[in-house]
Design a protein around this ligand. Sequence first.
Ligand SMILES: Cc1ncc(C[n+]2csc(CCOP(=O)(O)OP(=O)(O)O)c2C)c(N)n1
Ligand SMILES: [Mg+2]
Length: 896
Amino acid sequence: MNWLTDVLHNDPDPTETREWIESLKAVIDHSGAERAHQLLENMVELARRAGAHLPFSPTTEYINTIPPHLEPRMPGDQTLEWRIRSIIRWNAMAMVVRANRKPGDLGGHIASFASSATLYDVGFNHFFRGSDGEHPGDLVATQGHSSPGIYARAFLEGRITESQLDHFRMEVDGRGVSSYPHPWLMPDFWQVPTVSMGLGPIAAIYQARNWKYLESRGLMPKTDRKVWCFLGDGETDEPESLGALSIAGREGLDNLIFVVNCNLQRLDGPVRGNGKIIQELESQFRGAGWNVIKTIWGSYWDPLLANDKQGILKKLMMETVDGEYQNCKAFGGAYTREHFFGKYPETAAMVASLSDDDIWRLNRGGHDPHKVYAAYDLAMKTTGQPTVILAKTVKGYGMGSAGEALNPTHQTKKLDDDAVRAFRDRFKIPIDDDQLKDGNVPFYHPGEKSDEVQYLLERRRALGGFVPKRRRKADERLTVPKLESFERLLKSTGEREMSTTMAFVQSLNIILRDKQVGPRVVPIVCDEARTFGMEGLFRQIGIYAPTGQKYKPVDRDQLMYYREDAAGQVLQEGITEAGAMASWMAAATSYSTNNLQLLPFYIYYSMFGFQRVGDAAWQAADMRARGFLLGGTAGRTTLNGEGLQHEDGHSHLLSGAIPNCRSYDPTFAGEVAVIIQHGMKRMIEDQVDEYYYLTLMNENYPHPDLPEGAAEGVIKGMYLLKDAGKPKKGELRVQLLGSGTILREAIAAAELLDKDFGVTADIWSCPSFTELRRDGYDAERWNRMHPEAKPRKAYVTECIESRPAGPVVAASDYVRSFTDQIRAFVPRTYTVLGTDGFGRSDTRANLRRHFEVDRFYIAHAAIDALAKDGKMTAKDAARAIKLYKIDQEKPNPLGV
Ligand SMILES: Cc1ncc(C[n+]2csc(CCOP(=O)(O)OP(=O)(O)O)c2C)c(N)n1
Ligand SMILES: [Mg+2]
C-alpha cells in the first residue's frame, strides 16, 4: 500500500496530480516544509477567491507541531534535571502514600502529578519568572491534583519543611499543607485556586486580559509577563474551561499559555476512548484563534517518523484511538508491537529490530524535556495570539503495575511495598530496602549543599525567585473618599424618588471622581449596563476595547453614546456571568498579583449571581478577592415583571454562607453610601481580605435622611429608623424589622397598626440579617466557652432589649430563612415573613400579597404576635384578617 497510489486511484487526471505532488515534494526537500506551507496557503486563497468551496480543516496530523529540526537546543544539565525531577516525583508520591498509611482517610493523588512532572519541571527550571527582582513575575495556575509535586519541589527549595510534607492534608493545627491550591489556607504560597475543574482556566484567561487592560489604561507598564495555566484533558469537559477561549483569541492574549496535560484519562476512565482528545482540542482552540502546539511524541519516535516516507506510521497514529493508546501504556512493549505497530506490515517492519523494552521506551512528548522545552520556547516567542500546548502524557507515569495508565489510577493513593520499591528503582532514588522496611516510605532530601539543590536554587535565582509565591498586601497606601463625600446620598431626597440602584450609580460616580481611587475603579457589566441605568459610564469613562473603536457608533449624536476606547475603564464582558466573575476576580486580586490595588464593581442580575456562578464566588473567597458584587434588580417581588427565573429571593442565603463575604440588603440611599464607603475603607485602606455583596432594587421611592449616628448600625446590620418613643401607659407596641424595599411595607404597616388598632411600632432598618446572625453566633459561642465570665450580648439582642416592649416581626423580599437567621438572638416573640416559593410576573402589589409580605400581612402578623403574647386576643387577630381582606384559605405560596 502506498499513500500516493491511494490518492491517484480515482483521480480523473493522475498525471497532472502526480506532477503537482512531485513539485511540492521538491519544495519540501529544497526549501523546507514552511515554504511548502506558505505556497499552499496562497493556492488555497486563490482557489477560494475563485469560488471553490474549501472547508476549513481544524486539525493537523497526529504528530508534533514542531518538527525536530526546528527544536531549539535545550540549555541546562539534563542529567541533573532528571535527578531533581526523580526526587520530586518520589517525595510527591511519598507524601500521599504516607498520608494514607496513617489513620484518617486523608486521600491524595499520585497519578496526576506523575503524568505532569516534566511539564512543570521544565517550566520551573527554564521559564516561570518570579517577582523578587525587576520582573513582576509570571502567574502559574497549576492543576489542583498535582499539588504534591509543587510541594515536593518547594521542599527541595527549602520553603516547606519535612514536617509540613508529612502533614499533607492535616491543616487544622497549622502544621501541614493544603490538599489543593488554597490561598486562604496558604496565603504566602498559592495564588490561584484551581481544584474545582474549569475555574482555573477561565480565571487564567481573564487574568491575562486584565493585564492587557491595565497596560492599555497605563496603570501598569507593558511587560512580557505570562499567565501559565496547567489543566487536565478531562477538565476540558467543563464549559468554563473552553467557554472563554474566544475572548483570548479575539483580544490576542499573547501573555497567556495553556498547558493541557493530555494523559488521555480522567477519573473514571479514558477522556475520549473512542476518539482523540488532542485532535478535538486542537480544533477547538484553533477555531478560537489560538496558537496550537501539539507535543505528542518524545524524541525516541523521531527516527521512526523520519523513516516514515510513505506516511504509514502517521496514518496509523491518526487512526488509533485514545483507548488503544492507553492500552499500549498499560500493557507494555509486546502488546504495542502486536496491536499497534502490527496493524500494517510497513509499521511492523519499522520496529522489527527493536526489543519490546525499546518499544516500551518510545516516549510521549509530555515526558520528554526537550520536546516540552521546544514547545514552551515557541509559546514564549508567540506574539498576537494565546498559545495552548497539548502535551501527551501517561497517567500514573512511573507507577508501574500499581497504576500506570490503568482506569482506577486517579484514585490510587496507596502503594504496596513492591510498588514502592519499583518506583524507587525506576527513578533511582538512593534509599535502600532497609529504609523501606515495615511499610516505611521516607522522604528523600539530597542535602542543601547537593548539586541537585544548588542547581535548582540557581535556576530560581536566575528566574527571579520562587514560584508560586503570594503577596499578601499591596505596598501602596491609598486613601478612600470619606463618608462626607457621599453627602447628597445621606440627605433626604424630599419628594424626589429614586431606586437603590441609582443610589449605587451615584456612589460610583462620586468614587470615580476621586483622584486616588477613581482610576482604580473597574466597573464590570455583562450586557446589563442599561438595565441598571449605567449607560452614562460608556461615554464618560469609555468601554475597554483593545483595538479602540474602529467604527462610528450608531448613537454617536447622543450624549451617552457607545464609546469604545483602548484606554476605556468599563469592562463590558458580554453575556457571560462566568467570564465577568473571573474578570472581577482578576481585578479583585490585583493587590496581590500586581502590587496594585483595584476596586472592581461587578453588577449583574442577582439571580444570575451566586446561584449561577456560586462556585466561582467561593473561589473568589478562597483567593482573598477584594471588591464589590452588586446583585442588581433584586428581590422576589421588587423585580416584578420578569417572573420566575429572574426574581431573586435567596441570593442572600447563598452569599451568607461565604465566610468572608459581607452581604447587605439596603433600603435607602444613605445606607448604600455607608456600606460602600465602609467596604472601600476596609478593603483598600485596611487591606482586609473580604468582599461585599449588595442587593440593589429598581423600585423608585423617596429616601429619608440617614439618621444621626446610624452608620455604625448599618454596618452591624440594624439601626432604629423610627423611634416611637416611650410607650404611654396601656399603649401596645411592636418592633418591626425589614430590609430592602419591604422595609417600606413595614413602615406602611406601622401606620395601619396605629390607625386601625392604636398599636405603635418602633421601626428597624436591617441592612444585614447575615451580619446580625454572625455577630449573634459569635456572642453565643463566646459565652459557651466562658461560662464564668460576664456574658456578651448579641447586637440584635441589645437593640431589641433597648426598646421597652413589643414582639418582633421581620419581613424582607427574601425567603423566610433569611430573616429567621437571627431568631436565637431575638429575646421576644419573633415572626418572620418572606418570599418562599417560585416568583412570577405581576404587579409589585399583587406579588407582595401573593407572598404575604405586604403592609397588610405585616400588620396582621403584628396583631397576631401581640395576641400570642397575651396583649391582644384571637378576636383582634381575626378582625385584622377581615379588615385587611386576607384570604384565610389562600394556599401557602411555597407550593404554588
Ligand atoms: C468541578 C469539579 N468536578 C469534579 C471534580 C472531581 N475530579 C477531580 S479530578 C477529576 C478528574 C480529572 O481528570 P483530568 O482533568 O484529566 O486530570 P488528570 O488527573 O488526568 O491530569 C475529577 C472528575 C472536581 N475536582 N471539580
Ligand atoms: Mg487527564
